[in-house]
Design a binder for this molecule. Structure first.
Ligand SMILES: NC(=O)c1ccc[n+]([C@@H]2O[C@H](COP(=O)([O-])OP(=O)(O)OC[C@H]3O[C@@H](n4cnc5c(N)ncnc54)[C@H](O)[C@@H]3O)[C@@H](O)[C@H]2O)c1
Length: 302
């Protein structure tokens, strides 16, 4: 089979980046967005990214912008949706897409947290639907979580795993459609404790971040938590858990400290203050530092 034809629904932050990855790997990619202005700038944004990364700029010529949903999905082998995080909107879109696309086209949602089961439950052919959770920016973070529902067929799952591996991503199979999938469950377990340490006066926010970045954060890219547990020994891990787990934050809901920040308008970068205060220059510096770090990691890997 020649390379599957890809359609990306939504030309925003994630959508244009996902389209870029497929186009760079040689796929013909169509992008649809209901907002004409966002759609119109998608190729410019992809080209700017390709230039920044030193990737083949000709890839942008494999991208077609299509303002009509029917025309966008009619010939697609694979449709991935990256519109706003809104269940009703995603359900409505997939109902339309199912009527307009080929019956054998594979359908995927890039939702961050909405259960794939909820998004896809009303489809007539639910066996060809699944979740594919990319991370931002899609062209620099390798992981794509591939989430199956109870209806997803083995062929659909195998197609998605191979498709993402073939374009250079690291697909991870999520066998159950649980909130947060794998990556965000792990990430937010850490954030819950980070907030709790500040809330309980054990240290300030800057110290939490400094501790992570100067210690296990350094190792995380090459040493996963369970590799680490095996390295130190499961017996030592058990002894540590017997001592530490009873003391670790385990409330089921969000922290009141976090809720108070939000209620008082301390929204982080967008208001200039969250856990810490941020000048525009500090925000730009941190964003650039992350981008540079991810680019270096990608370049070292290839
Ligand atoms: N931003 C992230 O870090 C991140 C990471 C992983 C997953 N996601 C998920 O990816 C999805 C997209 O997020 P984003 O950050 O790219 O958002 P975004 O706001 O940048 O882009 C959303 C796009 O959807 C378009 N849109 C809105 N209604 C539409 C419709 N009816 N038809 C077609 N297009 C429509 C908008 O014009 C916009 O271009 C969300 O579900 C989000 O939760 C985001």
């Amino acid at each position: 089979m020649s390379k599957p034809r890809i359609t990306v629904i939504g030309a925003g932050l994630m959508g244009h980046g996902i389209a870029q990855v497929f186009a760079l790997a040689g796929h013909d990619v169509t992008i649809y967005d209901s907002f004409a202005n966002t759609l119109a700038t998608a190729k410019d944004r992809i080209l700017a990214n390709l230039k920044f990364l030193g990737d083949d700029e000709a890839a942008v010529h494999r991208v077609t912008l299509e303002p009509d949903l029917g025309a966008a999905v009619r010939d697609a082998d694979y449709v991935v949706e990256a519109v706003l995080e809104d269940l009703a909107l995603k359900q409505k879109l997939f109902a339309e897409i199912e009527d307009l696309a080929r019956p054998d086209a594979i359908l995927a949602s890039n939702t961050s947290v909405i259960p794939i089961t909820s998004i896809m439950q009303n489809l007539k052919r639910r066996e060809r639907a699944l979740g594919t959770h990319w991370w931002n920016p899609p062209y620099l973070v390798p992981l794509v979580e591939v989430i199956e529902t109870e209806w997803t067929s083995a062929e659909t799952l195998a197609f998605a795993m191979k498709l993402h591996a073939d374009v250079g991503k690291k697909p991870a199979h999520v066998k159950k459609d649980v909130p947060g999938f794998i990556g965000n469950r792990l990430q937010h377990a850490l954030w819950r404790e980070a907030i709790s340490l500040v809330e309980n006066g054990i240290c300030d926010a800057e110290t939490v971040d400094a501790v992570v970045k100067a210690s296990f954060g350094r190792r995380l890219a090459v040493l996963g938590p369970l590799e680490n547990a095996d390295m130190v020994g499961t017996d030592l891990t058990l002894a540590i858990h017997n001592n530490v787990l009873p003391a670790i934050e385990h409330r089921p809901g969000p922290s009141p400290y976090l809720e108070q920040l939000v209620q008082s308008g301390k929204l982080g970068f967008k208001s200039g203050e969250g856990f810490r205060t941020w000048t525009p220059a500090q925000q730009t510096a941190l964003r650039n530092r992350v981008l540079q770090h991810l680019r270096t990691a990608r370049d070292e890997e290839t």
